[in-house]
Design a protein around this ligand. Structure first.
Ligand SMILES: Nc1ncnc2c1ncn2[C@@H]1O[C@H](COP(=O)(O)OP(=O)(O)OP(=O)(O)O)[C@@H](O)[C@H]1O
Length: 294
């Protein structure tokens, strides 16, 4: 029996090609899997999906041209490739920029850069948290809409300049006053840096995430859009329902409780514990509640 097995192994198994796999190959496969997965999510969530469909149609067209030997079409297609690649970079400039900003945002990278002083500039006081939480729920109770952007490491100067410059210490009363209906500063968003409001009536970029609930209007889309292009935390108070939601990293936690809002602000108060905890808050909500997330 043993002889037969060893004969079998010698005859067949030795002829099978086993590549020499090193640990770096496994790491490489894992990295590529992760990158391709992220790319697929990105394609699905942006207008790149439409472009992909367009490219597929073009590819089929070119294939047909190749089968039937249509030389002029093939010549044009060959020469248009470079132009189309350049056009894609121009069309997707905002998305590519967001993707690169996200990469630079990762805590791993920033911890490797010793001169990255932005990490020390992200704290705000307990009073600021209390003021934001109290004002949000107080405005929610009387259905006053609000949009509050809490800046973190990424400077929001370009969005700040779309609004009216302010330099005002945060308090519940100030926030309520700013978002009061029919007052000059109530429209748009305010930007909070540290313990101060630096700008009001700011215009934020709208998200083009197709997975966002259709019952969300532009205020919520602006909150998600801002969280896609920066590491800021954005608080939205709905004028329609009074519900308080919070956007971060392209995700929207809808209709959160006072405690959850406080917890998410406390997480960014000290950025070192940021990402893991934020994730666990989202996971906890998914498990325990039926409220819509995203
Ligand atoms: N791009 C933007 N940047 C900043 N603020 C915006 C932007 N778009 C809309 N807003 C604010 O949202 C208000 C309109 O909200 P809209 O009713 O469309 O949104 P919503 O998500 O349904 O919110 P709500 O539940 O409060 O009605 C505007 O008056 C403006 O204050």
């Amino acid at each position: 029996m043993e002889q037969r097995i060893s004969h079998f192994l010698q005859k067949y198994v030795t002829e099978v090609y086993f590549p020499n796999i090193r640990i770096t190959d496994i790491v490489e496969v894992l990295i590529l899997t992760f990158l391709i997965y992220q790319l697929m999510i990105w394609v699905k969530n942006t207008k790149a999906w439409m472009l992909m469909k367009g490219i597929l149609v073009l590819a089929v067209f070119i294939l047909v041209a190749a089968i039937f030997q249509m030389h002029t079409i093939l010549f044009l297609a060959k020469n248009a490739v470079t132009v189309m690649a350049t056009a894609a970079v121009v069309v997707f400039q905002p998305e590519l920029r967001r993707a690169l900003e996200k990469l630079g945002e990762k805590s791993v990278l920033s911890s490797m850069v010793p001169f990255d002083t932005t990490r020390d500039r992200v704290r705000f006081s307990e009073d600021t948290i209390t003021s934001i939480v109290e004002a949000s729920y107080s405005m929610g109770s009387v259905k006053t809409g609000a949009l509050i952007v809490v800046e973190q490491a990424i400077r929001l100067t370009e969005y700040e300049s779309t609004g009216i410059h302010l330099d005002c210490l945060i308090s519940k009363q100030v926030l309520e006053q700013i978002f009061e209906h029919n007052t000059p500063l109530h429209d748009g968003a305010i930007i909070v840096r540290g313990d101060r409001i630096v700008s009001a009536t700011c215009y934020l970029p709208l998200s083009d995430n197709m997975e966002l609930s259709k019952d969300l209007g532009t205020r919520h889309r602006a909150a998600v859009g801002m969280s896609e292009v920066s590491d800021a935390v954005i608080i939205v108070v709905s004028e329609e329902t009074g519900a308080v939601s919070v956007a971060h990293s392209g995700k929207l936690l809808r209709d959160i409780t006072r405690e959850e809002l406080r917890a998410s602000l406390e997480q960014i108060q000290n950025r070192k514990v940021e990402s893991g905890k934020w994730y666990s808050l989202r996971k906890g909500r998914r498990k325990n509640e039926n409220k819509t997330v995203e």
